[in-house]
Design a protein around this ligand. Structure first.
Ligand SMILES: Cc1cc2nc3c(=O)[nH]c(=O)nc-3n(C[C@H](O)[C@H](O)[C@H](O)COP(=O)(O)OP(=O)(O)OC[C@H]3O[C@@H](n4cnc5c(N)ncnc54)[C@H](O)[C@@H]3O)c2cc1C
Length: 448
């Protein structure tokens, strides 16, 4: 049950961002965190998810050491985050590299998403997670000077601050910014996760996370923790084309492995042998939105994290790490205005102005970075669609090889230093003369 004497933070969504934020705040004696999750339980849905060095460092900073364990995190032995091969010849054409100094335990890792979520959930008091609670709306209740959240089951809860961590189709985001809904990008992925015994017989099976690139589609394979294996086949269509395949398909719906086999029938024998061994597959049409103008919502008491804040559609496999860094930055900003020491807790909860300041620092820390990610994602999608639309003139092999070599270098995303960005955001606030805010009365401001 929520403790109303404390600073009440309601987190909407028990995904990667929501659980990460709850962990980062859990040791504060005067903060009460409650998580409201739409699903009836943490179910094993989804496929593989990658974390770059940024996400791995943040997991360690949060004390989620169990997620760094080789038992659930698969890292390439070569230390290259990704290896790119030719669709027909299997030749290695290029590799991604870590740019800064990256400790072995922070090397890019691939997880079965359910393992990562389970590892995070182990650090959260289960009584704080309330299932079957789908956010519907929120209003300021002036009688109690708190936000009152309404769920679709007609129940309500109160909070001083809301963190909307409710994923790509965030109801919190669309409640405050109704025009922020996502659109299909034309990119469709077929994802499968299965025991590696299915592919153990395949000679020359890549032992590293590997992306095969072909003229109009790609094929990704990797080991995952607990002896699982993943395959992701993806292709780009023109989302504006009325006959675009899978235009109306639902995310995470059952698909037919024969479709996958047909897709790769002209690819190298190695790829075909892997595809032949895939037991089942699911289809994931990809959606994205545009950056929001601000993350400080609801009169400075509501903000967003993870896909809810920046629905970038999973490009660069960056969503998990971005979500963890958001969670860490959000908690750091709250702890900055409301430190966990006894004196701060004793002097009472932070004022409205202090809360707003925390959310501004959080926004300053994260939004410039995620806006840049989203801008690159939209540019890349645009050029993929343009290439698809020119399909009448097929790409030559030389052009394909050049495209693989000249792809966007994602190291600035995967090695982003959220701690440095947070320190800079705090310094910028001080420089702008808005660092020191007197505690002001709660009733002083305009309400939602
Ligand atoms: C079930 C599931 C499977 C996924 N599988 C993959 C995958 O295989 N590969 C991959 O790269 N990414 C996957 N993703 C997305 C990936 O987890 C995110 O891109 C990334 O980790 C960012 O995390 P997030 O916490 O922002 O969002 P998410 O991980 O999407 O978590 C959002 C949470 O909010 C909950 N929620 C949604 N709406 C409401 C609401 N109205 N009220 C309360 N709670 C709500 C959701 O049930 C979910 O638990 C999956 C997401 C989900 C929800």
């Amino acid at each position: 049950m929520a403790d109303e004497a404390k600073l009440q933070i309601a987190i909407i969504g028990a995904g990667i961002a929501g659980l990460g934020a709850a962990i980062a705040l859990k040791r504060h004696p005067a903060i009460d965190v409650q998580i409201y999750e739409k699903a009836p339980e943490l179910r094993e849905i989804g496929a593989s998810i990658a974390l770059g060095p940024n996400g791995m460092r943040t997991l360690e900073r949060l004390g989620v050491e169990n997620a760094l364990d080789d038992e659930i995190a698969f890292r390439n032995k070569s230390k290259y985050p990704m290896i790119y091969r030719h669709w027909k010849t299997n030749e290695i054409i290029s590799t991604d590299s870590h740019v800064g100094h990256v400790k072995d335990r922070h090397l890019t890792a691939r997880f079965y998403r359910a393992h990562l979520q389970e590892a995070l959930a182990k650090h959260v008091d289960p009584t704080r997670i309330h299932f079957s609670k789908a956010f519907e709306s929120v209003a300021f209740d002036s009688a109690i000077q708190k936000l009152r959240i309404a769920f679709t089951d007609k129940t309500t809860a109160t909070a001083d601050i809301i963190l909307g961590a409710d994923g790509i189709h965030s109801a919190v985001r669309t409640f405050f910014v109704p025009t922020s809904s996502t659109a299909w990008t034309g990119w469709v992925a077929f994802r499968s996760v299965f025991p590696s015994s299915h592919v153990a017989h395949i000679q020359d099976l890549p032992d590293e996370a590997t992306h095969f690139w072909g003229p109009d589609r790609t094929f990704f394979v990797s080991r995952l923790g607990r002896d699982l294996f993943t395959v992701v086949g993806s292709y780009q269509a023109d989302p504006a084309a009325p006959d675009a395949p899978y235009k109306d398909s639902t995310w995470n719906s059952d698909s037919d492995v024969d479709v996958l086999r047909e897709f790769y029938k002209d690819w190298s024998p190695l790829v075909r042998r892997i595809v032949d061994a895939v037991p089942s597959t699911r289809v994931y049409p990809n959606a994205a939105a545009h950056p929001l103008e601000t993350w400080v919502l609801g009169d400075g008491r509501v903000t967003l994290a993870g896909d809810a804040a920046h629905a970038h559609g999973g490009a660069f496999a960056a969503g998990g790490s971005l979500a963890l860094d958001d969670a860490w930055a959000f908690a750091s900003a709250i702890l900055h205005v409301f430190p966990a020491d006894a004196a701060a807790s004793a002097s009472g909860k932070p004022s409205d102005a202090e809360i707003r300041r925390a959310l501004r620092i959080y926004e300053r820390t994260r939004k410039p970075h995620t806006d840049r990610v989203m801008s690159v994602v939209h540019q890349t999608n645009k050029s993929k669609v343009a290439r698809y639309s020119r399909a009448a003139e097929p790409e030559t092999d030389e052009q394909l090889r050049a495209r693989i070599k000249n792809r966007v270098d994602p190291s600035w995303i995967h090695e982003h230093d959220v701690q440095a960005a947070f320190a800079q955001a705090v310094a910028d606030e001080v420089k702008a003369g808005i660092g020191a805010v007197d505690r002001v009365s709660v009733g002083e401001q305009a309400r939602l």
